[in-house]
Design a protein around this ligand. Structure first.
Ligand code: FES
Length: 81
């Protein structure tokens, strides 16, 4: 599986289909609310509270956000070129 398979979404698309949470909403919350865990995401924006199929993707966003922030500051999108 390559990187684009892991993150096939663009900002207007859903990262959590159950809660209909978009990448824009998730990344905005990661930056503004300083969310550090999937449970933080679940509590603050509701993503991940359904079937939990998105938890792996949510963890990847958390990891990338943490790494990118340490190197360059906040990341606004992980997907679109
Ligand atoms: S897709 Fe996120 S909880 Fe189901």
């Amino acid at each position: 599986m390559n990187e684009s398979d892991d993150f096939p979404l663009c900002p207007a698309n859903f990262v959590c289909r159950c809660a209909k949470v978009s990448e824009d909403t998730l990344v905005g919350a990661l930056v503004s609310m300083e969310l550090a865990t999937v449970n933080d995401i679940r509590r603050e924006i509701g993503a991940g509270n359904g079937c939990q199929a998105c938890h792996r993707v949510l963890r990847r966003y958390l990891q990338r956000q943490k790494r990118a922030y340490a190197e360059n500051g906040p990341v606004l999108s992980l997907q679109c070129p």
